[in-house]
Write a protein that binds this ligand. Sequence first.
Ligand SMILES: [Zn+2]
Length: 287
Amino acid sequence: MLGKQGWHFLAHPDSLVTSVFKANYFSLGDFLEAVEGSNSSFVWRSILQSQIVLKHGCRWRVGNGAKIKVWHDPWFNDSDNFYVDSFIVPGCEDLLVKDLMDIEGRNWNFELLHGLFQQRDVAAISSIPISSFGREDIWIWHYAKKGLYIVKSANHVARAVLRDQRNFSTPVCWLKLWKLLISPKLKNFIWRTCRDLLPSRLRLNQRDLQVDQTCVLCGQEEDSVHALLKCPLAIDCWKLIGVDYSRIVYAEFRSWFFSLFQQSNSKCIAKFCAMAWSLWGSRNQLI
Ligand SMILES: [Zn+2]
C-alpha cells in the first residue's frame, strides 16, 4: 500500500497530497530522489521504504521530452538499466530529452545522438518512438503493459530486490548505498556493478557478442574488476585519492566495495562511487 503512495507522488505530481509531501521532503526533485532528512514523520519514513522498489520498476515514458533529464533520469526501455550509460559531456549537464529531438520534435536528431552517446545508448534512444501529438512525459511502471503500477508486480520486484540483498549477505551495505547523497544514476551504476551487470568486454563475450576481450589500455583480459580496480590506470587513480592498493585483492567488485563500506564514512564512500563511475566513463570514451 505504501508503495502505491510513492507511486502516487510520481504519477500525480500536481495532487494536493503530493504537493504537501513535496514541500516538506523533496522540494528540489521527485520522490525517487527524496532522502529521509531530519525530523521526518513516521508516515514519511514508511513511504520512503518503498522507494527502493520504485527505483527498480519505474521509468519515464518519453512524450515531448520536456521533463526528462537526459543524464540523470531513468528513461530507457531496458530492464537491465533504465539510465544512459555514456559519460556526461561537459557543458551538456542539464540537457533534456527534448533537446535530442529535431526542431519539430518529430524525430531524434541522430547526428547529435552519435556525437553524445556510445553505441548502446544510441540504439536504446533510437528505439524509443516519439509522440506525434507532443504528449507530456509520464512516469510508468515498467513491468506492466499499460504502465500503471500494479501491487502484485511491485511485490515481485520487491522480492527480487530482497533476494539480491540476501544473496550478497550484506543488506546493511545495500541500505547504506541507497541512503547515500549521490545521484540516483550513480547509485544505479554502483548497484549494477555490484551485481556484475556492467557490459565489460568479458561479459559481452559471455553473452555471445564477439568483441575483443582485452582492455584498451593495457591489453589484459577485461572484466569489471579489471576496468575499475586492477588496470594500471585504475590503480593510479585509487592511489591518488588515498585508497591502499594492497587492499584490492578481491575477485569481485562487490566484495571489495562492501569492505570499504564497513571502514569508511558516507562522504568517502560517495567519493569512491564517483571514482568508479569516472573510471568507467574514461574507459567508455576510449572504446
Ligand atoms: Zn587495463
